[in-house]
Write a protein that binds this ligand. Structure first.
Ligand code: SF4
Length: 341
């Protein structure tokens, strides 16, 4: 299998994809050797295509209200144990200013699907942030919305939009999302965002309940077709008071392996090292840059607010993770030869 794995990595690098059987073997028979080889190729390819650079993006959740009942999520509508919040305009400006004053020029504003955040309300927030912070790139993740809203927010100055495509396999999708949600609608939103001129981001999760290797492959092929501008790769995390609270976490090593796979498949895509990877792999965010990631996602320093985000719990092996310290990340990345912007 050793030589075959090396052959698969070569083929993935040369053609950007693999036939299903070979891809399944690359995933199933992952070992130290194939991981090292994939990481080396992904690292080199990122350096060739994008330079040895890391872009920092600050994430701010502006509301944790949500009308949906996704089974893996801690802020689903019916979870009575969540302390809900919705930030005021002033609070949003203060938190964005925290990022901006540290030199961060990309910010992701996200929320649950909060009906209180209307098309006009979000337009106002975009204008307010763009006018207050010159040169700031603004990305949004406010869920599935009308195409007209997407267009309006793009015109107001948003550059990127993230929607989790969920699962490409319909049966699997139905097991992890509520019956009123549809994979087709999620995908439709992604294509509408592309039409509206956004840089589009999606999210891939390894280890969600009931996921099989075949489902993972379907997701991989879908993402290859979508060609997202941004991709976040993480592992499923069981969140207390979610429907899947008792399920096992996804595998952090596999999430990193898949980051490297996606780098070879989508060389120009910006791949995020997100805080959640630290929950399944010690030092996951730093290791992600060995696997071809090029964007570092950080949260605001107000850890009490971040803990209320609630989409996942900020812990590694039951130990709470500290607040993100950008200066430490920058030092560690610069020691590894990265330029951090
Ligand atoms: S995953 Fe997103 S849409 Fe689903 S319940 Fe959580 S915040 Fe809402």
């Amino acid at each position: 299998m050793g030589n075959a794995m090396s052959e698969y990595v070569d083929e993935l690098l040369a053609s950007g994809s693999l036939e299903k059987g070979r891809f399944a073997e690359l995933l199933k028979y992952r070992n130290l050797e194939s991981t090292k080889e994939l990481f080396d190729r992904a690292d080199r390819l990122r350096n060739q295509v994008q330079g040895k650079r890391v872009t920092v993006c600050g994430r701010l959740m502006i509301s944790n209200y949500c009308k949906n009942e996704c089974k893996m999520c801690g802020i689903r509508r019916d979870n009575r144990f969540v302390q809900r919040f919705r930030l005021s305009e002033e609070q949003i400006l203060d938190y964005v200013d925290e990022f901006y004053s540290k030199g961060i020029r990309s910010v992701l504003l996200e929320s649950g699907e909060d009906s209180f955040l209307t098309e006009d309300g979000i337009t106002e927030i975009i204008h307010m942030v763009k006018e207050s912070f010159s040169g700031l790139q603004l990305f949004l993740a406010f869920g599935e919305r009308k195409k007209t809203s997407f267009v309006k927010w793009k015109e107001a100055g948003a550059e990127g939009y993230f929607i989790n495509h969920g699962s490409e396999n319909e049966q699997h999708f139905k097991k992890i999302f509520p019956s009123n949600m549809s994979p087709l609608l999620k995908k439709q939103s992604l294509w509408e965002l592309k039409e509206a001129g956004y840089r589009v981001g999606s999210h891939f999760l390894i280890g969600t309940p009931y996921q099989t290797v075949e489902h993972v492959l379907e997701d991989i092929y879908f993402l290859k077709t979508l060609r997202p501008d941004f991709l976040s790769v993480g592992a499923f995390l069981p969140v207390s008071k979610s429907v899947f609270a008792d399920q096992r976490s996804g595998n952090g090593e596999m999430a990193l392996y898949l980051m490297a796979v996606f780098r070879l498949m989508l060389p120009g895509c910006h791949i995020f090292a997100s805080p959640s990877i630290d929950c399944v792999y010690a030092d996951g965010r730093i290791t992600a840059f060995d696997a071809g990631a090029d964007m570092l996602l950080v949260d605001v320093s107000d850890i009490a607010l971040v803990e209320r985000y609630g989409v996942y719990e900020r812990k590694h092996r039951r130990l709470a993770l500290p607040a993100d310290n950008l200066a430490v990340f920058i030092d560690r990345l610069e020691e590894r030869g990265f330029t951090v912007i």
